[in-house]
Design a binder for this molecule. Sequence first.
Ligand code: HEM
Length: 234
Amino acid sequence: MAKSEENSIEEHKEEIERELEFSAGYRWQHWIRAISIVVLIGTGFYIAVPFISPVQTAQPDNFLYALFRSWHIIFGFILTYVIFYKSFMFLYGQKYQMERDAIKDVFNIKIWKKQIGYYLLVSKHPKLSGVYNPIQFMAYAGFYVMMFFLILTGFILYVHVYHDGLGGFLYSPMRYFEVAFGGLAMVREIHHIAMWGVILFIVGHIYMAIYNAVFGKEGAIDAIFSGMKWHKKH
Ligand code: HEM
């Protein structure tokens, strides 16, 4: 490393400090959820429109559709577990107080205005009470609404595919929701539309993560890998 580069790092060390932003549990649930969603979208598109056919054999036992559906359901269960875990931690986790603190700013019109101004590159980033800004918080709240719709409609569909064990146990309560949603075809439609909601969220989420990393200069994307963010020393 060149001497001048070393000096510059030394200089900055006095101005900035590393702080834990995301715990290990938070980062694990984020990436397990991300992988599950990618698998569910891929297999979900196949369930909606089976775009490849199985190899023809003498024995008609190459059940490709069932294979896609079983992977869909396996990852559906993983996603359900992670969403419930994260929701529980948000409500009761000791280390998640900073997330709950973000609710305060949702009711603060000044923070909303400053945040919009920041995204339009006309004002500074507002000082937040928690880890999320109000726009981000509302986007995540919408994401959870879609997730719960996907889980509920997913389980209604599931009880019609597997009738033993959990499928049998959940059959009666899920039938109630099936009727409330207007029948099985409608449930499938809602499940499908909610997927598009999730796809839109992912596009916005990745765009905003890059935006914040570039303009915030605090290592916003690094934080979801290492857990650490850089802050100016107060
Ligand atoms: C990000 C989450 C999810 C996405 C994007 C997704 C996507 C999809 C899509 C697009 C379909 C096809 C619907 C159609 O016919 O148009 C589908 C079907 C299905 N999904 Fe999901 N899904 C998700 C979560 C879940 C969950 C949590 C479960 C619960 C176990 C689940 C269980 C099912 C079942 C059982 C089917 C129907 C299979 C069949 O008709 O044979 N999904 N999903």
